[in-house]
Design a protein around this ligand. Structure first.
Ligand SMILES: NC(=O)c1ccc[n+]([C@@H]2O[C@H](COP(=O)([O-])OP(=O)(O)OC[C@H]3O[C@@H](n4cnc5c(N)ncnc54)[C@H](O)[C@@H]3O)[C@@H](O)[C@H]2O)c1
Ligand SMILES: O=P(O)(O)OC[C@@H](O)[C@@H](O)[C@H](O)[C@H](O)CO
Length: 442
């Protein structure tokens, strides 16, 4: 039988990097909500790197929807491997930063941990869905902040690491809305205003869902079974607004006073293009983003979405190398090593498109421009929704009902436009109808 990765046997083969600190020295300073693949390949890696110098920033991770990740990681004492794939990949690395992994019902859940005075930071990766009013993550966070207030456990910071616009301010807004519905919500909100910081940050690393084949590669490298392994590209970036209330780890990140220019560049260039490739690629029969990038028509559309539509809307940080950034995005997408599935990136479009694409469309239209490639991406989503039922989206039922029997391009566009928060006007609708007609007749 193959041994399972655990702290009792960390005799890893040469070529596999192990934690450089003693796991027994690490105490918990961070509570993380949503222990998905991305957290394990991004924030937990940055944190792992600082633990030798400061072991007070271990992570207590709480799963949000199921016990699967707890069952994968708890028997491994929170240890797991990050396997980099693609040009310049580093050797496999075992991460020890996750010192606890629990479901939200265990040991008082995240609330009890957030009330612990040694905890000074809460981080979240709960997807775009996790910020909807019906999602539980914000309520769990607020319950923890209330317990912390009552325990007089001191200031704390809350850092959203999801792909949202102004993720810190957005989360602060959701927290305030949640407090407004509580019996003693005003008192809690006053305490939050005085004691809790919500810095914004921009996260970037492509981390596809782990497959059984990935786990087999990790097992061959480790000589041990690792149920919690994650696969990532070598590239990693984190730009963080440096406004923490109770200290922070000395992460090897970019700290700044204003993340907004970085955020717009990342969402409107990288994520928008990712969505374009996901929908047009899936409609053309490509399984992965890299396969879609082998199609010259789609690769050209990806470049032109960035250069013709998104770039003119951006105010870039000083010294930002725009052509280099755009080239690097296309190179990253084209790397076949990752196998990022078009259907994974295509999920939750009703929530992602307003964040990634509609800001560019609005800005180009109000400047008198014609955002052709942005319209192509949104039209491709519309055709995808109409032809790939059921789609993976929190509004799946609404989308199915809206598009049922809508075979004509104009009808399809009119059935789906109300899903978005803003009406961008008749010329936008016309652009969508043109692209939808072309896609439906291809
Ligand atoms: N994977 C990437 O390449 C990547 C890169 C940058 C940013 N991100 C951000 O991280 C998020 C998670 O990505 P991932 O790859 O870890 O996905 P994943 O599917 O591996 O994990 C998703 C996590 O979100 C939680 N979640 C999902 N729906 C929720 C809901 N309604 N309420 C509360 N929690 C919910 C899940 O329980 C899980 O912990 C993304 O949505 C994105 O915002 C991901
Ligand atoms: O993770 P999601 O579902 O919000 O979006 C899918 C991808 O576009 C995204 O994860 C990118 O890979 C990532 O944002 C790169 O940093």
């Amino acid at each position: 039988m193959v041994t399972r990765l655990s702290r009792h046997d960390l005799s890893l083969p040469a070529g596999v990097r192990a934690p450089s600190y003693d796991l027994r020295d690490v105490t918990v300073g961070i509570v993380h909500l949503g222990v998905g693949a991305f957290h394990r390949a991004h924030q937990a890696v940055y944190t792992d790197t600082v633990l030798a110098a400061d072991p007070t920033w271990g992570i207590s991770g709480f799963t949000q929807r199921s016990a699967t990740v707890r069952d994968q990681l708890a028997p491994q004492d929170g240890l797991y491997t990050v396997l980099e794939r693609g040009a310049g990949a580093a050797p496999p690395r075992v991460i020890g930063a996750l010192r606890e992994v629990r479901t939200q019902d265990e040991d008082g859940g995240p609330a009890a941990r957030i009330a612990d005075p040694r905890v000074r930071l809460v981080t979240l990766t709960v997807t775009e869905k996790g910020y909807r009013p019906d999602a539980p993550a914000v309520g769990r966070l607020v319950a923890g902040l209330e317990l912390r207030r009552r325990a007089d456990a001191g200031p704390i910071s809350v850092l959203s690491c999801d792909n949202l616009t102004a993720n810190g301010a957005t989360l602060r807004g959701r927290v305030a809305e949640h407090c407004a519905g509580l019996p003693d919500g005003d008192r809690l909100l006053d305490w939050i205003t005085a004691s809790v910081a919500f810095p914004s940050c921009v996260v970037d690393r492509i981390v596809p869902a782990t497959t059984a084949a990935d786990r087999a590669v990790v097992m061959a490298a480790l000589g041990m079974c690792d149920e919690g392994a994650v696969v990532a590209e070598p590239f990693s970036q984190w730009v963080i607004e440096d406004t923490f209330a109770a200290g922070r780890p000395a992460w090897d990140a970019t700290f700044t006073t204003d993340v907004a220019p970085y955020e717009a560049a990342k969402l409107r260039l990288l994520n928008a293009t990712h969505s374009l490739l996901a929908y047009t690629g899936a409609l053309a029969g490509y399984d992965t983003i890299a396969a879609a990038m082998t199609d010259p028509v789609l690769a050209d559309a990806a470049r032109r979405l960035m250069t013709e539509d998104a770039a003119p809307t951006l105010t870039l940080p000083d010294g930002f190398d725009l052509p280099g950034y755009q080239d690097s995005i296309l190179r990253r997408f084209a790397d076949p090593a990752l196998g990022h599935r078009t259907t994974q990136v295509a999920s939750d479009g009703s929530l992602k498109l307003p964040i990634r694409l509609l800001g560019t469309a609005r800005d180009r239209l109000s400047a008198g421009g014609t955002p052709q490639w942005t319209a192509l991406a949104v039209a491709a989503w519309m055709v995808y929704v109409a032809t790939r039922q059921p789609v993976d989206d929190p509004l799946a039922e609404t989308l199915a009902a809206a598009t049922a029997g809508r075979a004509k391009p104009a009808d399809l566009v009119d059935s789906l436009l109300p899903v978005f928060p803003d009406d961008l006007g008749p010329s936008w609708r016309e652009l969508l109808v043109e692209h939808t007609a072309r896609l439906l007749h291809n």
